[in-house]
Design a protein around this ligand. Sequence first.
Ligand code: ADP
Length: 449
Amino acid sequence: PRDTVDVVVVGSGGAGFSAAVSAHDHGAKVILIEKEPVIGGNAKLAAGGMNAAWTDQQKAKDIKDSVESMYKDTMKGGRDLNEPELVEVLTSHSKGSVDWLTAMGADLNDVGRMGGASANRSHRPTGGAGVGAHVIQVLYDNAVKRDIDMRMNTRGIEIIKDDKGNVKGLLVKGMYKGYYWIKADAVILATGGFAKNNERVSKLDPKLKGFISTNQPGATGDGLDVAANAGAAMKDLEYIQAHPTLSVKGGVMVTEAVRGNGAILINREGKRFVNEITTRDKASAAILNQTGKSAFLVFDDSVRKSLSKIDKYIGLGVVPSADSLVKLGEMTGIDGKNLTEAVARYNSLVKSGKDADFGRPNLPRALNEGNYYAIEVTPGVHHTMGGVKIDSKAEIMNAKKQVIPGLYGAGEVTGGVHGANRLGGNAISDIVTFGRMAGENAAEYSKKN
Ligand code: ADP
């Protein structure tokens, strides 16, 4: 029958698609549901990259990196509150996940720097186009090729269990069919985070009340309620990340890769004030400390040319530009004289190879080519680190730390991988690695049940 399968996947972001494809390839019959009318979740919006260590792509560019270094950076970025065994899985499988996507047709050949990383390990398509849209496209194409049953406008409502507590399926609500039961031995929750739900966000972190968000409308966190009703324990819900650079005009999220490729942060007084590629929590706090609670990403044509995504922001009309820094100051309200001095000082630091002012670890290029650009930015709610508690096999656990048989979780709906603060580039890595793992383990589990 149509509604009886081995594995149901809830959510069509990167975690859900990775889980669905992987479960299928391990022999399971799969249905993937998505409550929104479109696929891709928040994953589709990810612009920065996919962190991975010791990859062929890095080796081709002579980049020295290691799994240990990625592990250390991830723990440090998360203020050591991450679950070590989950970080172990994230980092040691990161190359495997890049290879898995590459074998399915992904281009992850461009490798750049993101905040909190001690090496260039953020993988993205050649030319620097958005990684999330590309990865979702590749996964979607592969799901179609495998004839996986995908149902949009279908919301996961309640996990159904037998009297022994084993998962037996999912009650869903389809836009046209209404409520019905999908029978399955295993359910994978890949419902993402809740950054778009300011009520939920501000209850957990009152400082974020009224903040705008970078997320898609479906990022409301109702998957957490589905999990909680099934007995899932929660972890770290109070850790909610602001992304430091949303454009004040238009609310467009400006990827961290703009800074990674060389842009600097300047305040209204025309001065630098922070290591631009510090972790997101620190960069956000620093911006909120400036006059007007915003700052400007300043860069030149050499940075613009290094990242095709920047032309998209220009196309959206959120990037004032001028052929001199003084003119740029006049257009944006930045003190032009100080700005000119700050850029000259920065260029001298680039030349010396060391940021004596703020300790920025990468200084990719001087800012002295062609036109200058400034994007006014302010932090917005971006990622929710907390979620359901999982073990290193992506099994969801209850408050007694027992596995709920047949229930799996992957991606932003889970807690523990990122501790108190996620590093840029670790989300795509997380969703692909844990999604694959959830898919494989759910498929194997369903064979035994
Ligand atoms: P991840 O990055 O962890 O894969 P995303 O935010 O990209 O997470 O994707 C999660 C997807 O799950 C979104 O498209 C969201 O609309 C969908 N979703 C959330 N809750 C439900 C639900 N209860 N039923 C079906 N889909 C859901």
